[in-house]
Design a protein around this ligand. Structure first.
Ligand code: HEC
Length: 108
């Protein structure tokens, strides 16, 4: 049982579990949490938008594989249904990097 709870050996979460986690995950830093709530969360915590969900390691793996520069460029310029800058007009490039890191590394 403990091994199951340890993380890596746990079975992959169901779509419902992923959505439930994404709905409550929040950056620890207060300023970042504010930016996240006003912008990224609208899509990245809603499976219906097609955005990779916060904490969905499976969805983020192929995106992270593109490398941090490509990811940052996607955020700044937009990508398909992802609007340029993620609709965060107060975000700096460092904010985008930190928000992407949070969303891709948050754990269930
Ligand atoms: C209006 C909805 C929406 C908002 C708001 C939004 N995103 Fe996205 N995001 C998407 C969608 C949809 C995709 C998937 C795009 C694709 O690959 O087709 C995506 C993909 C991404 C990716 C992966 C890009 C890649 O190259 O694979 C990153 C990184 C990202 N978003 C970061 C952010 C950040 C950071 C914010 C907040 C500042 C944000 N997004 C706000 C919808 C949104």
């Amino acid at each position: 049982m403990l091994a199951l709870l340890a993380g890596c050996s746990a079975p992959a979460p169901t779509p419902a579990e992923k959505a439930a986690f994404a709905a409550k995950a929040m950056p620890g830093d207060a300023r970042l949490a504010g930016l996240y709530t006003q912008s990224c969360k609208t899509c990245h915590a809603d499976p219906a938008t097609g955005a990779p969900l916060v904490g969905d390691a499976e969805a983020w793996a192929p995106r992270l594989a593109q490398g941090p520069d490509v990811l940052l460029a996607s955020v700044i310029s937009g990508k398909n249904a992802m609007p340029a800058g993620g609709q965060c007009f107060a975000c700096t490039p460092d904010d985008f990097k930190a928000l992407t890191k949070f969303m891709s590394e948050a754990h269930q």
